[in-house]
Every structure is written in structure tokens, then in C-alpha cells.
Design a protein around this ligand. Structure first.
Ligand SMILES: Cc1cc2nc3c(=O)[nH]c(=O)nc-3n(C[C@H](O)[C@H](O)[C@H](O)COP(=O)(O)OP(=O)(O)OC[C@H]3O[C@@H](n4cnc5c(N)ncnc54)[C@H](O)[C@@H]3O)c2cc1C
Ligand code: SF4
Length: 468
């Protein structure tokens, strides 16, 4: 079915318009565009795209269904391996995974697999016309075996694990410390990249209809411990998918000034607590000028959120653009919207005014030296190159760590030096019956990797419980 047409471009909101609102940037394909894009796939016998997908979706299989106009059939193919296709179609780093390996990409443009996945998932959802607020939990699974399994954390790892366990007939309860489920999908990634009511809540709603229960506002380690869940509440196995949500800081002078945020706090307050609204109980400080320190996806999200709140935004990053860990698409979108980039620059001090508010950030210029252990060239400060960038707020986005609460309150569970839970090849921890996956094991990674781990753990939990 292949021909030589170029990749079908996707429609997006105009940069100047979208920089002033929180609506989704990308409109996605319509049916006509999806059919045309699907016609580009060669349907390879040994598809490189599938080998590069962390959950092994049958990509040529679903694209063939799209090409045949059988969109629901395409959805069925995807949902065999992915429990959150509308989410993954939007936020997966396809350029380094399936699309990065697509054979068409060698001499031209790869198939737009992510946008097709998104089209299929959106078409399925719109066809069902379910109410946006349909997140309810607790229906009894049809094939229930009555065995209770606890899942701690409702991010992609926990949701994927819970969904596979529910399909196998287990009675699954997810315990979530926040008041809304979804993990980073809900509190981290902003609305303009991943709509909450339209996409996240609907996909979680689909999972809950499989009979999974969710108990929110339960902070495991404080409200209840893993031992109590297993010894007193009858859970036969536990999956820990608590993520890596503890922010890292610069550890420089001035970091305690008013107007300094971690990206985690800034995004959570906006996404989860609607702090951008003046009527919010805890409205966020609307700075005129904002400096965001860091070069990852989280930094891009914080910068583009600050822009939408009316600030002039500068991203300060200590390496060059080539080394930025953020997705190319996110950097491109940020630039189009008017975010400024100050590369090869490292903050050394945050300077405050007499009232204790940020007024500038002092930086040094950097140059790239020898590669570090990870292969990226190490940034080295240029002597005597200090300069100041006037700013009213600083958002620190240097990555995240693991909260030690689970490890501290669960005797017998082993961690590595960075506090990540240690697991074997099938996601089992050192404590019998306790499994783990996602960012709490790998450190900050991606949605699809977390989902892959959750699915692997579900299979291992099933094997473990069958052997007992
Ligand atoms: C702002 C931002 C943007 C990102 N953008 C992308 C992107 O574009 N593409 C991509 O692939 N990845 C992206 N990521 C990374 C991705 O979101 C994570 O890798 C993924 O969400 C990890 O999933 P998880 O299930 O392991 O953890 P999380 O999503 O962090 O979920 C963990 C959940 O556990 C809960 N929890 C923690 N401790 C407890 C406890 N003790 N008791 C009960 N509940 C607890 C938390 O509240 C949370 O809901 C981004 C991350 C951030 C922060
Ligand atoms: S590698 Fe590209 S062309 Fe081949 S099946 Fe996958 S998406 Fe289609």
C-alpha cells in the first residue's frame, strides 16, 4: 500500500494564539489525513518500528486497519499492548523509538506513527461519547478470582500493571497519595500537551470500568504501610509504582528567595490546583520575567506554562541545544511560541531585592569539554564570564529523585545508592510478594517505559501467585 508521498503534516494552533491559552497545541489528524498517512506504511515483514516500541505494539497491523478504514479494529490491535493509547500517541518520544527506527526514515520521512495512534484512540473515545466526568471505580470484574493485589501509585506504571492484573481476574486496588489519579499525566504534563478531561480522565475511566478500585488521598508509608496491606488487609501481592517526584535543586546562594520554584511545584500547582486562575485558593505568583533552569521536557513544560501566564521566559541551560534532553518537538514548539534560550550558561547565584524577592540570576558562560560517563560533553565554566539576567522568578528544573518513604517504612526492601528500588529481571523486589516498576526503579524516564515495566510486573505477579 506504499507510495512516495511526504509525511502528512499535522494541524496545530497558531504559535502566537496558543502562547496565550492552555488549549491543546496539536489538533491531530482527521480521517482523510490519517488514511493518507497510513497509505505510506510499507507493512514490513520484519518491522523495525515494532522492535523499537517498548511495549511491542503491532504497528503495521494497526496501520493496515486504519488504511482499510476500520478504525475500531485498529484500536483493538493497539489496546492489546497499550492501556493508554491516546496518552502515548501524544507524549511518547516516537522520534527516538518507533518512528526513529521506521525504514522510511532512512532515506526520507518516517511514518507518523504517534499521530496515527492518537487518531485511532481519539476516534474510539469520541465514538463512545462517554461523559467527561465518568471516572468511577469498583465494578466487579467479570472473571474475578477474588485474589487481592495492591498497586501503589496511579501513574502509567501503576495503571498498566493494574489493568493487566484486572484482565487476569485479580481484585485490584490502587492507592494514590494525591486527590486525583494519573501521576505525572495529571499533575506534571500540562493541559496544552495532554488534555485532562478529554484524554487522561477518559483513558483512566476505561481502566476503572474493568473493575479496578482507586483509593485517592492514601499516602502509603504514612496512612498505611505495605506490611499492613499484606498482613492485615489481605493483599497477596503489591506493586510499587510511586515514581520519582522529589525535585533536585541547584544548591546555590539565593535559592530560598521568594519567586524561586521547583518545576515540580510550579506545574503541580497549575495542573492539579488550577493556580493560574485568580479565583484559586492558592493562586500562583504571576511574574513578568521568568528564568527556567534546565533543558529537559519538564523545563520546556514549565517555560511554556510561564509564557501562557503572561511572562517573558528565558531557558538557561549549561550545555548546547544538541545535548538538550527535551524532545525536539517540544523545543521547537517553545521557540515558535517565543521562549528565549540562553545556552552554555550556568547559574551561580540568585540575587534578591530588599524585600526578599528574586531580582536577577547571576550566571557564568560554559564551554563543552571532554565527554562524561554518559557520553555527553562535560560543560566547563569560562573564567571571568559572570553576568546577570534580570528576572522576577526562577523555576528550577534539574530532574527528580525518589522519595525514600516506601523504603524507610518497608523492612526488607532493598534500594541502590540513589534510593531507587532494586528489582530483578521480572520486577520483583528483595521483599517476597512486593514488585516495583516505572520511575521508582529506573529513575525519571518515560511514560511508555513505565507502562512496559508495569505490564512486566503484572505477568510476574500472576506467576508468583499461581505458584503459591
Ligand atoms: C513535567 C513532566 C513532563 C514529562 N513529559 C514526558 C513526555 O512528554 N513523554 C514521556 O514519555 N515522559 C514524560 N515525562 C516522564 C513521565 O511522565 C514519567 O516517566 C512517568 O510518568 C513515570 O510513571 P510512573 O508511573 O513510574 O510514576 P508517576 O507518573 O510519577 O506516578 C507515581 C504516582 O505515585 C503516587 N505516589 C507517590 N508516592 C506514593 C505513596 N507513598 N503512596 C501512594 N501514592 C504515591 C504519586 O502521587 C503519583 O501519582 C514527564 C515528566 C514530567 C514530570
Ligand atoms: S518500519 Fe515504518 S514502514 Fe515498516 S511497518 Fe513500521 S511504520 Fe510501516
Amino acid at each position: 500500500m506504499a507510495n512516495k508521498i511526504d509525511r502528512v503534516p499535522v494541524r496545530e494552533q497558531e504559535p502566537k494564539v496558543r502562547a496565550t491559552n492552555f488549549e491543546e497545541v496539536c489538533y491531530g489528524y482527521n480521517a482523510e489525513e490519517a488514511l493518507l498517512e497510513a497509505s505510506r506504511c510499507l507493512g514490513c515483514k520484519n518491522p523495525r518500528c515494532v522492535a523499537a516500541c517498548p511495549v511491542g505494539i503491532d504497528i503495521p497491523g494497526f496501520i493496515a486497519e486504519v488504511y482499510a478504514g476500520n478504525f475500531e479494529g485498529a484500536y483493538n490491535v493497539i489496546s492489546k499492548d497499550s492501556s493508554l493509547p491516546a496518552v502515548c500517541g501524544r507524549v511518547c518520544p516516537q522520534e527516538t523509538q518507533c518512528e526513529g527506527s521506521c525504514i522510511l526514515g532512512i532515506k526520507g520521512q518516517s511514518v507518523s506513527i504517534g499521530k496515527l495512534e492518537r487518531f485511532v484512540a481519539d476516534t474510539h473515545r469520541e465514538g463512545k461519547k462517554r461523559k467527561a466526568d465518568s471516572v468511577e471505580s469498583g465494578a466487579t470484574p467479570k472473571n474475578s478470582n477474588g485474589i487481592k493485589v495492591a498497586v501503589i501509585g496511579s501513574g502509567p506504571a501503576g495503571l498498566a500493571c493494574a489493568s493487566d492484573l484486572a484482565k487476569l481476574g485479580y481484585s485490584v486496588t490502587i492507592f494514590e497519595s494525591l486527590h486525583r489519579p494519573g501521576g505525572v499525566l495529571t499533575y506534571g504534563i500540562p493541559e496544552f500537551r495532554l488534555p485532562k478531561k478529554k484524554v487522561v480522565e477518559q483513558e483512566i475511566g476505561d481502566l476503572l470500568q474493568m473493575g479496578i478500585k482507586i483509593e485517592t488521598n492514601v499516602f502509603v508509608g504514612r496512612s498505611v504501610t505495605i506490611d499492613e496491606l499484606m498482613d492485615k488487609e489481605g493483599f497477596k501481592a503489591v506493586f510499587v509504582g510511586t515514581g520519582a517526584g522529589l525535585p533536585m535543586f541547584l544548591n546555590i546562594a539565593g535559592e530560598n528567595l521568594n519567586g524561586v520554584f521547583s518545576a515540580n511545584e510550579y506545574l503541580t500547582r497549575n495542573n492539579l490546583m488550577q493556580a493560574f486562575e485568580e479565583s484559586s485558593d492558592t493562586p500562583i505568583f504571576r511574574a513578568k520575567r521568568v528564568c527556567v533552569v534546565g533543558g529537559g521536557n519538564v523545563a520546556m513544560d514549565a517555560a511554556r506554562t510561564a509564557l501562557r501566564l503572561g511572562a517573558e521566559v528565558t531557558v538557561v541551560y549549561r550545555r548546547s541545544e544538541k545535548e538538550m534532553p527535551a524532545r525536539v518537538e517540544e523545543v521547537h514548539h517553545a521557540k515558535e511560541e517565543g521562549v528565549n534560550f540562553c545556552m552554555l550558561t550556568n547559574p551561580v547565584e540568585i540575587i534578591g531585592n530588599e524585600q526578599g524577592w528574586v531580582k536577577a540570576i547571576k550566571c557564568v558562560k560554559m564551554e563543552l569539554g571532554e565527554p562524561d560517563e554518559g557520553g555527553r560533553r562535560r560543560p566547563v565554566a569560562v573564567p571571568g564570564s559572570e553576568f546577570e539576567i534580570p528576572t522576577d522568578a526562577v523555576i528550577v528544573s534539574l530532574g527528580t529523585m525518589i522519595n525514600s518513604l516506601i523504603a524507610d517504612t518497608t523492612p526488607g526492601i532493598a534500594t541502590d545508592k540513589k534510593g531507587r528500588l532494586q528489582t530483578d529481571a521480572v520486577c520483583a523486589t528483595s521483599k517476597a510478594g512486593v514488585f516495583a516498576g516505572g520511575d521508582v526503579v529506573t529513575g525519571a524516564a518515560t511514560v511508555i517505559l513505565a507502562m512496559g515495566e508495569g505490564r512486566k510486573a503484572a505477568k510476574a505477579i500472576d506467576d508468583y501467585l499461581n505458584k503459591r
